[in-house]
Design a protein around this ligand. Sequence first.
Ligand SMILES: Cc1ncc(COP(=O)(O)O)c(C=O)c1O
Length: 341
Amino acid sequence: MYLNPSARSWTAPAATSDGDPRAVHRELPGFAPTPLIEVPDLAKELGVRRLLVKDEHLRAGLPSFKILGAAWAIFKGLGGTTSLKDLKVDPETTLVSATAGNHGRAVAYMAKLLNLKAHIFIPAGTAPARIEAIRGEGAKVDVVDGDYQQAVERATQRASENPKALLAADVGDSMTPIWATQGYRTILHEIDEQLTEAPDLVVVPVGAGAFASAVVQHYRSDGARPKILTVEPDSAACLLKSLQAGEPVNVPGPHPSKMAGLNAGDVDTHAWPYLKNGVDAAVTVTDEETDEAMRDLADKDIVAGECGAASLAGVRAFREHLTKDSIVVLISTEGVHGISR
Ligand SMILES: Cc1ncc(COP(=O)(O)O)c(C=O)c1O
């Protein structure tokens, strides 16, 4: 476990405003705020006052939160200013991205929505259901003989070779990861509106860290300042290791965890300054711990996939730091694959 006692008092530099992602999100077919579900039994188990799960298993018809980042990043990347329906795009445009599953599906979905093409690169070993789900949105999918980072490199190269391509990455040096991070904040605005009191702890699953950096930007500014706990697979703990080292550390693959969206070997460069300063605690969990958390959430009728259930596994590993007055929010970032719409 990593602890940073000064993180809670750190203030993040004011986020740049590039428009209103929520307005674009509201234009997505079937968009609605996701539920924040109170689970008294888990609060009792952990000895806290309240425990709530922000349930992203169905977000605008897709099985994870990733559409929030992809929609806003693609809208901005295509030069959008007012609304999705007013976008003027060359129909020959191809959206190109790498993915561990969810981001690529969201990119493919946006391509379908906007009548564009999508070409998605995915690491070897990705579950066939995730690949088929992306193909099911009409995208071309290439399985790369390597890990997530190698898929990112292939996508970047392919996009640079095609003048009609937009690289819709959620990591790396382009603007799209910054816009994706802005898009993720819709979740946090919703939590503010749904939870009438300030949380004490927010628990976030981490892959390359873009989503966690949105959480840090949100809670290290003017409003509530809960502790932020990050959770990673023990086999891909690039954030934990980087926080311990005080600088970005690569965790070489293979990354075999079933928490596919969390299988990243590097912390994203945009996210790192926020995570380094604003994360209070970082833990790792095993696939077995996450499996148990999935089953326990299913018992409460909450559909959480491996990455989503990692939050519950993570807060269990953090138990000794909880108090009886704590209000805990677990962000469950995905549903069970194969179950979406
Ligand atoms: C379901 C799910 N949860 C969490 C994450 C982690 O997001 P990030 O890579 O921004 O840390 C991902 C990334 O793909 C994901 O798919």
